[in-house]
Design a protein around this ligand. Structure first.
Ligand code: SF4
Length: 409
């Protein structure tokens, strides 16, 4: 059974989607095949459908190697999908429209230290897009206005600085100002705070929130930190091993996580209010995406895995109010053979050694204690195929990005 991992716009969306991915798949060839042999590929993104509602922040959350940055690059059209389409205003982008698309959809990269040219001043970085796209009315005034929009003041002093004279947070603000120079409608922010000190992350997140609220910008926020996603986003889509496994309004996904992997991610997030450690173990490493696990890709690590989980990819079950979860625990009418618990479930026994995806910094890496115990006990498919509903899980942490505010240099 195949399915499409779907993240649809729920009540959190404020309008028709601007940007959409439909059935996006990206396979990266690993090495050249010998004559007659099949070429190996990394299944980085698999059949992802995701719509970005207008004037809202959509967070794509997942551990390292989950495919979230590849998805952002597919949206930015920096790489070509193996299959599937990206739609802007409901229309596929063709060769002739690439320049218009590049103006409307801008990417902000993770590393502000390498995304700025060290031999050029801030002024040069902001002047180039204005000149290339013919958008400058008064170049100096436009540059100063851009710097003020990202709170780099006094703007005239920042304009003459070079990247090495700026802190990490200030460089990221320049990168955001450069993206804003071409008046985009969509900003793709790929881990924009992960390389910054904890103390300055909040300032960048608040800048993005302000751009959404005051200027109606549509933002895709890619992160491994579900705590910051909850703080910033209207909609959250959780990715695992190249697929979207849960999506919905941010408060629903974080207050009532329905997928065992989302529960694991939340249990790994810092929670100052949590007195007791969560009760279940979710072991194992991210899977090898050259040969991803059959059925549900999370089944080698899932403490609730059933026989059916190894056979078929779970479809996206609609839990209401725009909340979707791709997990067989929500299926009705499973047979007792299908709902039979899998031997060794949750011990990561099926995870391929030396997996291509993930790394030591996986947010939900081996041995992290999960919060999913009540999920199944609440009446999943194992008790005769009755659907479980969300809202039955252990209270999740109330996360928020750490740090008092923007840095001073
Ligand atoms: Fe995947 Fe099955 Fe676990 Fe659901 S219960 S997350 S379908 S392995």
């Amino acid at each position: 059974m195949t399915t499409t991992a779907v993240a649809r716009t729920g009540e959190a969306g404020t309008g028709a989607p601007i940007l959409e991915a439909r059935g996006l798949t990206k396979h990266f060839p690993v090495h050249k095949a010998r004559l007659g042999a099949t070429r190996s590929v990394v299944h980085a993104v698999e059949d992802v459908t995701l719509a970005l509602p207008a004037s809202a922040i959509t967070a794509v959350v997942g551990e390292s190697g989950s495919g979230k940055s590849t998805l952002a690059r597919l949206f930015a059209q920096l790489i070509t999908p193996t299959s599937g389409t990206v739609l802007l205003d409901g229309k596929a982008v063709t060769g002739r429209e690439r320049r218009r698309y590049a103006r409307q959809v801008q990417l902000v990269l993770q590393d502000p230290f390498s995304s700025l040219n060290p031999v050029h001043s801030v002024r040069y970085h902001l002047a180039r897009p204005l000149q290339v796209h013919g958008l400058a009315s008064d170049l100096d005034d436009d540059i100063l206005a851009l710097l003020e929009r990202v709170s780099l003041t006094p703007a005239d002093q920042f304009a003459v600085k070079f990247p090495h004279e700026l802190s990490g947070g200030q460089r990221q603000r320049v990168a955001i100002a450069r993206a804003l120079a071409v008046r985009p409608r969509v900003l793709l922010a790929d881990e924009p705070v992960s390389m910054l000190d904890v103390s300055i992350r909040l300032g960048i997140l608040n800048l993005l929130a302000g751009l959404r609220e005051q200027e109606g910008l549509t933002i895709l926020y890619v992160t491994h930190d579900i705590a910051s996603a909850r703080y910033l986003a209207d909609v959250i889509a959780v990715m695992y091993a190249g697929q979207i496994i849960e999506s919905g309004p941010a408060t629903r996904v974080t207050d009532s996580p329905s997928h065992p992997y989302t529960q694991l991610l939340l249990s790994a997030a810092p929670d100052p209010d949590r007195a007791e450690p969560p009760s279940l173990l979710g072991r194992g490493a991210p899977p090898n995406l050259i040969r991803p696990p059959s059925g549900c890709r999370f089944h080698p690590r899932c403490p609730h895995a059933m026989a059916v989980c190894t056979d078929g990819t779970p479809p996206a079950f609609d839990l209401g109010t725009g909340h979707f979860s791709s997990c067989w625990l929500h299926a009705q009418g499973l047979t007792s053979a299908q709902s039979r618990p899998l031997a060794g479930a949750g011990r990561g026994t099926g995870a391929a050694p030396g997996g291509a995806a993930g790394g030591a910094d996986s947010a939900a890496g081996g041995g992290i204690r999960g919060a999913g115990g009540k999920h199944r006990a609440a009446g999943g498919a194992a008790d005769g195929g009755k659907p479980i509903t969300d809202g039955r899980t252990a209270p999740p942490p109330r996360p928020g990005p750490a740090g008092p505010g923007e840095e001073k240099r």
